[in-house]
Design a protein around this ligand. Structure first.
Ligand code: HEC
Ligand code: HEC
Length: 470
């Protein structure tokens, strides 16, 4: 018997019994901690498996430049095929796939060159030009991409896909980097019963469309609920709502459920990235003291005494934009929790009154330096602006990958409202207009969360330094 063999610890017969016992345990005790998915498999299906009908093919992607405005079109005409693909990815906020830079990490491309949107379209982006697992894609120009794909399909005589048609019925995202994803979900769920059978109903025209900034996936391990208002319990089924297109009947959801146990394991495994530049340690520790006094009751504590309350703050007290809160009613929240996605109400029992929230959840602030822009609607470009409510820009436009290490967040230009309005009235093309975040539009207010006003300037500077270390 070799010393490193497990038999060294337990006799062979007993080993077998212990093993069988563990296998039985894994199947009898429900819950993700016992059976558990595999994070690697989760990442693999996100990158390689298409769950929706394809959005476009390679021929369409490679012809997108033909519908671009000048001078971009002429520049593309002169470029190589590879160069044009890079230009296209940049225009639509896509990132090259690490193992094949000719395609994007956010779309699954099959061997025939069909491109299918994946979860990573909205949930995999970059900070300061570097891809970090679980960071939201705050460059995604979904509306512009879909519009231009449609134009190319018309010129190539190809039929429309579900996004091409869907975007004629509801807005996809009026500001690049944010999407109307919550309302896509409501619109799709309207055509299903609780068991996800497709039911035919007249479409809803009363939806309150609004854009959201997807949160970083590394929050998953800390939270028990999902979303800005925390009304839904976590669980692998809940992660599958994005697959509700007509082509996917209830049997597909059952078939794919194990994949999403792996996806959930991937989400659970993600850790926030560390601040890459220098930190003034003394200043940060002063900031920690201020943070504990003014912020900790809602946002928790970090470091050794890690604690996260997942507090829900009533909408009038938090005062940030309330459209997201009003757009989803308790009828819709309930319908989701009582459906297959929530095991017909079973999962929500564990979150009690949180199913009917009164406001927004104070999110965990781990890795917060990397997840700009801020608030659920992505209306505030830097942490400095979060800490200076009076100086938040009414209109801003980010540079594609610029990072502001002083203000901690997106590098932005801040045109005055007047300049922006003049440029729009002079006919700024819609693709360009979507690059500007206009906080005067419905659902896009950068107001509220005025708690930092209780801090003097040096306290705010210290808290800003501390936030870099989380
Ligand atoms: C079109 C963009 C888009 C796509 C595609 C998308 N999501 Fe999201 N996701 C969002 C937005 C926006 C939110 C925030 C919604 C809210 O808080 O109300 C979100 C929230 C989440 C959350 C909750 C995170 C938290 O901390 O509250 C999880 C988990 C998640 N998505 C997983 C997925 C998975 C898995 C897929 C693929 C099956 C997917 N998403 C596809 C945009 C998207
Ligand atoms: C009464 C509870 C409460 C207090 C006190 C509070 N916050 Fe918040 N905070 C929230 C809520 C709720 C949100 C989410 C608002 C939204 O998305 O609309 C939030 C959002 C944030 C965000 C944006 C996070 C993101 O990922 O978008 C930052 C940063 C932040 N708070 C920092 C602070 C700091 C620093 C303090 C102390 C000076 C503080 N907060 C005090 C409740 C609070």
């Amino acid at each position: 018997m070799k010393v490193w063999s497990p038999e060294f610890l337990l006799p062979k017969k007993l080993m077998k019994k212990v093993f069988l016992f563990l296998v039985v345990l894994a199947y009898v005790i429900p819950g993700r901690f016992v059976i558990g998915g595999s994070p690697e498999k989760g990442l693999q299906v996100l990158l390689e498996k298409a769950y929706l009908p394809a959005d476009l093919d390679q021929e369409v992607f490679d012809a997108l430049w033909t519908v671009w405005p000048e001078p971009l079109k002429s520049q593309a005409e002169q470029a190589s095929v590879a160069g044009r693909r890079q230009m296209a990815m940049k225009r639509y906020g896509l990132l090259p796939h690490p193992s094949d830079p000719s395609r994007s990490v956010q779309y699954v491309v099959d061997s025939s060159g069909n491109w299918t949107m994946s979860c990573l379209a909205c949930h995999q982006g970059q900070v300061a030009g570097e891809m970090v697992p679980g960071i939201p894609n705050t460059n995604y120009a979904l509306e512009t991409f879909t519009e231009e794909v449609r134009l190319v399909k018309i010129s190539q005589g190809k039929s429309f896909g579900h996004m091409d048609v869907g975007s004629l019925l509801l807005p996809l995202g009026t500001t690049s980097g944010t999407t109307n994803a919550v309302m896509f979900g409501v619109a799709l769920m309207h055509h299903r019963d609780a068991a996800l059978n497709i039911i035919s109903r007249a479409p809803r025209f009363d939806l309150i469309h609004h854009d959201m900034d997807a949160p970083p996936w590394w929050h998953y391990r800390k939270r028990n609920t999902l979303y800005a208002d925390g009304f839904a319990p976590q669980g692998s089924r809940m992660l599958m709502q994005f697959l509700l297109v007509r082509e996917n009947g209830p049997e597909k959801f059952l078939e794919w459920e194990p994949d999403f146990e792996h996806v959930e394991a991937w989400l659970e495994s993600l850790k926030p990235p560390e601040w890459r530049w220098s930190v003034n340690k003394d200043l940060a520790s002063n900031g920690e003291v201020v943070f504990r006094e003014h912020c900790g009751r809602c946002h928790g504590s970090y470091g050794e005494s890690d604690e996260y309350p997942e507090a829900v703050i009533p909408i009038d007290e938090i005062g940030t934009d309330r459209v997201r809160f009003d757009a989803l009613t308790n009828v819709e929240r309930n319908a989701l929790n009582e459906s297959w996605f929530g095991h017909f109400g079973r999962d929500a029992a564990s979150i009690g009154d949180r199913q009917r929230p009164e406001g927004y959840v104070a999110p965990p602030l781990d890795g917060v330096w990397a997840s700009a822009p801020y608030f659920h609607n992505g209306s505030v470009p830097t942490l400095w602006h979060v800490l200076h409510p009076e100086n938040r820009p009414p209109v801003w436009c980010r540079t594609p990958v610029g990072y502001d290490t002083k203000k901690v967040g997106l590098e932005v230009e801040e045109p005055s409202q007047k300049e922006f309005a003049a440029a729009v009235s002079e006919g700024m093309p819609s693709a360009q207009r979507r690059q500007f975040f206009d906080t005067t539009k419905p659902g896009k207010s950068a107001g509220g969360h005025t708690f930092p006003e209780a801090l003097n300037e040096s306290e705010r500077t210290a808290v800003l330094e501390y936030l870099k270390t989380l």
